[in-house]
Design a protein around this ligand. Structure first.
Ligand code: UGA
Length: 442
């Protein structure tokens, strides 16, 4: 356990909280994490991360050894640091709006721990709609706090991607700090002294808005690519060739244009829906956000369509589904496109055999009846077709020959452009990929 008094308290040891805490400890801060779940606390103390994230456990072990990181439940005797970061979940409600219960509870808990003395800065890292830090977090801290305790709220959104979260935390492309006083901004920025990147200081509401605008814009880029790819498919153009002609234009850029089975994860679908709920609340139309979400719901079915074009009616056919995680290098299955693909295949009577290098147990929780097998070979053996939903490295390494040897009919539908189309075709695979354009294969 760390001995020194912390200069940063992190509330919540989820994916954002734990990664942020470890990165801060690696940058020399003394960090204390408060987590409600005692099992998670015990795991983290033993050096075990509660989710799979490359490099995180090694970094956790180093941070624990250096005694810069400690973790405890709310009963901790370690006092709050001058900066407290709220990193709790804001899961979606059926309406699409974010559920702020955890945030409210966490903020109230922080309030209860505040003591009269120097002001504490309560920083919101969780993704929240403009105004929430003030209306929900400030109000909850105040509700819990001794009237003599002094505190300010601030916003410091995260831009971490699962699969590269630690690197993103250590080498961010920008830091955004939202504060309504110069002092609060300075205190939050002091956490990032060692980080070299643009640092943008704005007011709290603006920082909250930046986070939503960033995620919605990235989702929009993907949605646009998917829509274009669907046209490319019909007119015999490879969307990935089109990207080459777009990327050098700095106004467009080449990133986040990969077309495929749609975006999943805990952020894009939820954040775009939450942003849309804010438009609805203000009674402002949001046709772009509506289209992004609708298109994303349809996109997994494009993979099923391509498969049907090659295999014919799916009734009674054995189909391999490779990749259950919403993206590679994570075991996260939230909003994974594997689920609508699996359900669409099953609805047409296919017998679907699923595989994922990491996400099987989590997928089982959301789809208990799914058939999961422990190896790629078992998934492919005897299959009439295969859909690749996650571009894991392990799948990239499957050779065309291996597909041919194992499968009954070598039909591969690539939902993430994992393979070289020409190589697959040369090897006799009936290969289809979203946005590849059928004519380009003939
Ligand atoms: C996303 C953002 O990229 C982060 O900047 C942000 O901090 C994070 O959400 C968050 O709000 O916490 P993440 O969801 O972890 O990160 O992963 P991404 O790499 O953005 O991928 C999201 C989904 O989009 C995946 O399903 C991925 O397959 C899909 N995607 C991504 C595409 O379909 N095409 C692309 O070109 C890129």
């Amino acid at each position: 356990m760390a001995k020194a008094r912390p200069n940063l308290t992190v509330i919540g040891a989820g994916y954002v909280g734990l990664t942020t805490a470890i990165a801060a400890a690696m940058q020399g801060h003394q960090v204390h994490v408060i987590e409600t779940n005692p099992e998670r606390v015990a795991d983290v103390r033993r050096g075990r991360a509660p989710f799979y994230e490359p490099g995180l456990e090694e970094a956790l072990a180093r941070s624990l050894r250096s005694r810069r990181l400690s973790i405890d439940t709310h009963n901790t005797s370690v006092p709050l640091a001058p900066i407290v970061m709220l990193c709790v979940g804001t899961p979606p409600l059926p309406s699409g709006a974010a559920d702020l219960t955890f945030l409210d509870q966490a903020a109230y808990g922080v309030g209860r721990k505040l003591t009269p003395g120097p002001s504490t800065i309560v920083v919101v890292k969780s993704t929240v709609l403009p105004g929430t830090t003030q209306t929900v977090v400030h109000a909850a801290v105040k509700r819990g706090a001794d009237p003599k305790a002094r505190f300010e709220v601030a916003s410091n959104p995260e831009f971490l991607r699962e699969g590269s979260a630690l690197k993103d935390a250590l080498e961010p492309d920008r830091i955004v700090v939202g504060a309504d006083s110069v002092t609060a901004a300075r205190v939050v920025l002091s956490l990032y002294k060692k980080v070299k990147c643009p640092k943008i200081t704005v007011n709290v509401r603006t920082a909250e808005t930046i986070k939503y605008a960033a995620n919605a814009f990235l989702a929009l880029k993907i949605g646009f690519s998917n829509e274009m790819a669907n046209l490319c498919e019909r007119v015999g153009v490879d969307w990935y060739d089109v990207i080459q002609g777009l990327a050098p234009d700095p106004r467009i850029g080449g990133l986040f244009l990969r077309a495929g089975a749609g975006f999943g994860g805990s952020c894009f679908p939820k954040d775009v829906a939450a942003l849309r709920s804010a438009f609805r609340k203000e009674d402002i139309p949001s046709p772009i956000l509506d289209a992004v979400l609708d298109g994303n719901d349809r996109q997994p079915l494009v993979a099923v369509d391509l498969l049907r074009q090659e295999v014919g009616p799916l009734q009674g056919k054995r189909i391999a589904l490779l990749g259950l995680a919403f993206k590679p290098d994570t075991d996260d299955v939230r909003e994974t496109r594997a689920l609508p693909i699996l359900r669409a295949l099953a609805a047409e009577g296919a017998h679907v055999v699923c595989h994922d290098p990491k996400a099987g147990p989590n997928f089982r929780k959301i789809e208990p009846t799914a058939t999961l097998v422990p190896s790629v070979a078992e998934a492919l053996r005897g299959a009439a077709g295969c859909i690749v939903q996650t571009e894991w490295d392990a799948y990239r390494r499957i050779t065309p020959r291996r597909f041919r040897e194992l499968m009954d009919t070598p039909v591969v539908v690539d939902g993430r452009r994992t393979y070289d189309a020409a190589k697959m075709k040369r090897a006799g695979i009936r290969y289809r990929a979203i946005g590849l354009g059928r004519a380009t294969m003939e």
